[in-house]
Design a protein around this ligand. Sequence first.
Ligand code: NAP
Length: 252
Amino acid sequence: MIDAPVRPVTIVTGGSRGIGAAIALELARQGHDIVLNYASRADAAALMAGRIEAFGARCLPVRADVTDEEQVEALFSQAATLGPVTGLVNNAGATSFIGDLADTPVAVIRRVIDLNLLGTVLCCRLAARAMGKSRGGSGGAIVNITSIAAATGSPHTYVHYAAAKAGVETLTRALAVELGPDGIRVNAVAPGIVRTGIHADAGDAGRVDRAVPGIPLGRAGEPEDIAPMVVHVMSDRASYVTGAVIAVSGGL
Ligand code: NAP
């Protein structure tokens, strides 16, 4: 009897919609089983789970707020029921509000920094514990979704979000060094302006179309433009890539 090939188990945070959903689908197409994290919209997660399973992958939707230590621990415990976790995509994120810093409510600033930076830090911490070879794991790969905002700073738009994403890029480079000897690669993918619900959720649905004239490749990104790079960096074909921040931005 020939054993079935082992499918890697990969956690995608914020995998129920937008870029995370495209990443989860592409990973499933490439043979991964998926732990599909989401915050609140169980209906969107269930819909995605069905699409992922259509590729023959197992999919475990897990509701967890990535900014909450206990919920992140529960996310990783539930993920382990599918088998040893060897991949993590830290995708959950939001901009929430658009404007000058002076006009941005402090509660929004806290929420945005917590979600984009602290959430990524907490998930990386548990991934290091689960996957680190010195801790009994079998190694793996982490991909953090940042933004070209980390480089531009996004003045008059959301400087605190940009600062959080810059923090994620520093975390990526530092953890690549810390975890390389433990068999874990850590990279970041930085999208440009991508057509998802994030802009309407921040109160500016027209933002993408207004940005198009300034994008060198002449169009906004789609989630499906981002996913293949994430899957590539996660794969063994990128086995010598770590600590990299890769822009997928149409030239922005
Ligand atoms: P999106 O369409 O708004 O989807 C956000 C996802 O994150 C949803 O699945 C949502 O779950 C989940 N989420 C929100 N808060 C969460 C929390 N506290 N814990 C766990 N999950 C949470 O966003 P997107 O545009 O695809 O963005 C994905 C990533 O790309 C983010 O990190 C974003 O900063 C980055 N990015 C986006 C763009 C862009 O133009 N779209 C550009 C550069 C970078 P629910 O469905 O349950 O709410």
